[in-house]
Design a protein around this ligand. Sequence first.
Ligand code: OOB
Length: 542
Amino acid sequence: MIEFTRWPDQFARHYRAAGHWIDAPLTRGFQAQVAARPDATAIICGARQLSYAEADRLATNLAARLSAHGFGHGDTALVQLPNLAEFYLIFLALLKIGVAPVNALFSHRLLEMSSYASQISPALLIGARGHELFRDDAFLDRCEGLRLALFLGDGGPQDLKDWLNTPATLPADARPTPPDEVAFFQLSGGSTGTPKLIPRTHNDYDYSIRESVRICGFTEATRYLSALPAPHNFAMSSPGALGVFDAGGTVVIADNPDPTLCFPLIQQHRVTTVALVPPAVALWQSAVLADPGAGAQIASLDLMLVGGANFAEAQARRVPELLGCRLQQVFGMAEGLVNYTRAGDSEAVTFTTQGRPISPDDEIRILDASGAPVPDGTPGHLAVRGPYTFRGYYRAPAHNTTAFDAEGFYITGDIVERVHGGNLRVVGRVKDQINRGGEKIAAEEIENLLLRHPAVQQAALVAVADETLGEKSNAIIVLRDGEAATAMVLRRHLLALGIAEYKLPDRFRFVADLPLTAVGKIDKLRLRQAEFDLQQSRRMTL
Ligand code: OOB
């Protein structure tokens, strides 16, 4: 079994007694629909429509063949695919035989993928030949203990489609890992030097999905457009594609949230529900304003879930008005806790808060700098403990001592206030992270990579406000005496190291020195303020 930080026994007992943990595998919801409504459409991807029975058949084929090759409990997999039906088929196949995957984003490159590989030592790698990393097999050497690699678009013996399509029977003893063991790993947005992994168990993840389905009213009539990166916690489980499968609805897959791609899909497949990050909502609103005919294309849309980054009240209010659908705000995290505004909430709650937790057993603490609870309406540090909030990053004991308090509360790094009877409003952040339109960038990771360039003496990455994305990243650089480097040189340096492009600093600024704290560390707080002031003065002169 995969080792991970478990919930203490008394908590596990309570979560079972309360009916949160039902000791069923994460495949539960999907398999129930396969049995009840085999012919209903589970996934639409391009011209392909897969019924529940067909999706199950393909996933079973892959699971059976992997099982015959000796894959099973205790094994891990590194999976990287774009938004395609195969993503879900593979996830279900791996769950069926108890192989725990890391589902990397398709935008991840050599650096992120190497980090995941070294953390989990995958026995199985699944990728797409269309990704630059898998044009040849060089990456395989970085995966110690790898036993098999399968690729989409391989055309040879490693062809993933072949493994999905060749009929095979699952051995009678093949089964998911026990429900209180690790089912898969979620990706942390992170604030540290290396991307951290979050072990999620069947019990905890399944609970968050079941309740999300109930809270968002998903049913077999739900036709959900999945346009965010499929592995993201929002797209996967809040209520996400797994929520759709639980309810027996249909997932319509889009490669990205571009309205020119999504609006025709909504029209063609009578999509009812979509999840978006705020910058995508802005694009959709502009598209409708620019072309009133676009509004008719999305007439079937009933519900828009918005989360992942700060969502301005004015923009929220325009969702029903311009896009003709209801809004539910979502404030969640891959580590666990998810909050929703609810259908029937007042306008004040729906448009000015990010909702309230899923579970009555989500224990929320909002604390001042000394660790004392703040009164309602006062901003404070959000810490949380509960039935689907993890208890430790994978193999990161040192980091875990600061990420959790002594009572096992996860310290989120978000600043929130409690308003309107228990709803949370996200007002800021203390974690050293840039939230670039929902995509999270850990400042320390990029700073360390910048420091690997010989001309760089000091580097600091800070967020600056951006009209389109909410935030963008600025790299502030002190060069070594006598050295020269331009923004282009440093950008190339980062790309050559193999980071995802969304992590590239949007701007570079070269300075003579950086403000330091009393203990000689870079004073990020002062730096952020200075960047903000600079931005304001630039605005004034425009
Ligand atoms: C979601 O998950 P992650 O892991 O990519 O990022 C979590 C962080 C939160 O700690 C917070 O800083 C920020 O993203 N965030 C929001 C937000 N939702 C997330 N900040 C302001 N307003 C919101 N509504 O982003 C995620 C996971 C599941 C569902 C939805 C989002």
